[in-house]
Design a protein around this ligand. Sequence first.
Ligand SMILES: Cc1cc2nc3c(=O)[nH]c(=O)nc-3n(C[C@H](O)[C@H](O)[C@H](O)COP(=O)(O)O)c2cc1C
Ligand SMILES: [Fe+2]
Ligand SMILES: [Fe+2]
Length: 395
Amino acid sequence: MSLRTIKPNIYFLGSQDWDRILFDELITIPRGTSYNSYFILGSSKNALIDTVDPSKTHELISKLKNINVKVDYIIVNHAEQDHSGSLPEIIELYPEAVIVTNERCKELLKNLLFIPEENFLTVSDGESLSLGDKTLQFLFTPWVHWPETMVSYLKEDKILFSCDFFGSHLAESQLFIEDTKTIYSPLKRYYAEIMMPFRKVIVGNINKISKLDIDIIAPSHGPLHKNVEYIIGLYKEWISDRTKPEVILPYVSMHGSTRVMVDHLIESLMNRNMVVKPFNLTNTEIGDIAETLVDASTLIIATPTVLTGPHPLAVYVTYLTNILKPKIKYLSIIGSYGWGGRTVEHLENMLSNLNVEIIEPVLVKGQPRDEDLEKIEKLADKIVLLNKSINMVSK
Ligand SMILES: Cc1cc2nc3c(=O)[nH]c(=O)nc-3n(C[C@H](O)[C@H](O)[C@H](O)COP(=O)(O)O)c2cc1C
Ligand SMILES: [Fe+2]
Ligand SMILES: [Fe+2]
């Protein structure tokens, strides 16, 4: 078996997971993902950079056997099992290998995988490790997306092994990203679920990384980046406070009354040339909503009142939005009820993480009448007006 070479003596030992459809048992990944592991042959020492998901350990082991050299170091950039899960088997096969990581990651690995203390060499932020003719430098980048996350920079070859940072959910035969159109959505979906909640801390981590001279970013999911400016540029845009004038409209309706309001809002927004993205929550992939939340300005949640509160599907999407912490600026709630309840109060209480302006909700008793639909028109006017003002600010 031949090895996939990134640069002389630097190999890709990752696995493609073509079949995976759910990540974290939460977000759909329609195009699969990969777990990227790398191997560096130095003139005096060799290093394995991260491992793979436990389901792919056998593939990593067969690649290591194929290289057929000793493993001196195993660099662990992140303790999560999709990258560290093969460690127990790998250290059994290569008992002389030293696990190189930071103190926080060591503690996590001891708890998650029962790795013994004596296997570790801990490093501090900025510390380097010589492999002879090649040098690895470790830079702590906490909270992308766990507290222990770090990146490893191979100085001589200008490669940044960034682990989850800058990753994408895409199983792909090509080693490098060849077409930015294909990768945009997998990168954005990945950012939405994994990175978006940490938008504010990513700013500091990007600044830290921007000081390095980088030819290649080698993440732990998806193909590698040769176009470093493209991915850094995308991240800078996504973490910025700038939003697109777009309305996300997740909705559910049991007997059609809320649906009439939703249809009227969609029509009203379209007539006003406003981009609107409706999602019927009974058949929506949650990853699609997460992806649009990355840069949209406005979220309107449409739900009937069910057993005194919002429909559970609306609760789910609201809860998820709150924990993903998107940068949306405006939010409102519309829906139908029969006799009373606390739908708006419930939903608003679930949005404590968001710094949004709440536009007056439109709740209608039973089927919407003409005057109710006029309120929807007014809501559309307000959405357009607010979005005009943010556009003026960002120009
Ligand atoms: C299972 C169920 C529970 C409901 N619970 C409430 C409630 O607690 N309070 C209320 O005002 N209406 C309640 N309703 C009435 C609905 O809110 C009302 O029929 C509304 O118009 C439905 O909107 P939709 O046509 O968009 O589904 C309930 C309806 C159903 C089917
Ligand atoms: Fe992770
Ligand atoms: Fe990961």
